[in-house]
Design a protein around this ligand. Structure first.
Ligand code: ATP
Length: 217
């Protein structure tokens, strides 16, 4: 459902994505890992249309919604209003579907988003993206700044979302263990290119991952 072919993305003269191809099937969960500066955020932002390709193509057969790095809450607005913002582009802005998937959000709907914990805010960020009823959810750093237990809970929600709704997930994640655990397939980016790709269990053992995260080789 997502077809990225020979993509090049630049910031001025600096090349951030350098001839990258990546395909995601409907309902697939794919992890995007790699060292700092590899181009993961740039890729996600290009998939969701925040950045434009210099060349190559990004084609998606369905709706994409993003959970941005750092969550990007509107701190002075309520949880409910943050969620409603996520559904502005579709006619039926029905909160109940999101509350079915993320029941904790119902109990905090009247609270100011800025008063919530990091984990609660991340749940709002996921819920806000789900309001667009995406076919593909692009998540930039699910675990950033969150305690492992909170992250495990969020990961559980993603699995349910994928199983019950068939929503595809593209997950950028520094915590490679988490990424490989949640996603059946993984891609390693290095300097704007895919240097390893395949079943997460095999990619986990690849030289590319050892190089990126353990500094050997
Ligand atoms: P991180 O894990 O640190 O977020 P990343 O893999 O997401 O890294 P990107 O943030 O996509 O990597 O950055 C890819 C390259 O593009 C890096 O060399 C980075 O310095 C550069 N870059 C990113 N954003 C900009 C920008 N706004 N202007 C110029 N260069 C940028």
């Amino acid at each position: 459902m997502l077809h990225i072919d020979d993509l090049v993305v630049r910031y001025g003269s600096a090349v951030a994505i350098d001839g990258l191809s990546l395909h995601v099937e409907a309902g697939e969960m794919v992890a995007l890992v790699g060292p700092n500066g590899a181009g993961k955020s740039t890729l996600i932002n290009t998939v969701t249309g925040l950045l434009s390709p210099a060349s190559g193509s990004v084609r998606c057969e369905g709706r994409v919604a993003q959970v941005p790095e750092g969550r990007q809450m509107f701190a002075d607005m309520t949880v409910e209003d943050n969620l409603l913002l996520g559904g502005w582009s579709i006619r039926n802005r029905d909160l109940s579907e999101v509350f079915d998937l993320l029941p904790d959000l119902a109990g905090m709907r009247r609270r100011k988003a800025g008063r919530l914990s990091g984990g609660q805010q991340q749940m709002v960020a996921v819920g806000r993206a789900l309001m667009a009823r995406p076919d593909l959810l692009a998540i930039d750093e699910l675990s950033l700044g969150l305690a492992p237990l909170v992250v495990a809970e969020l990961a559980g929600h993603l699995r349910v979302l994928n199983r019950e709704r068939g929503t595809a997930v593209l997950l950028v994640e520094q915590e490679v263990g988490l990424a490989f655990d949640v996603c059946a397939r993984a891609c390693v980016l290095e300097a704007g290119r895919v240097v390893a790709s395949g079943p997460s269990a095999s990619v986990a053992k690849s030289d590319a991952v050892r190089r990126a995260y353990f500094g050997d080789l």
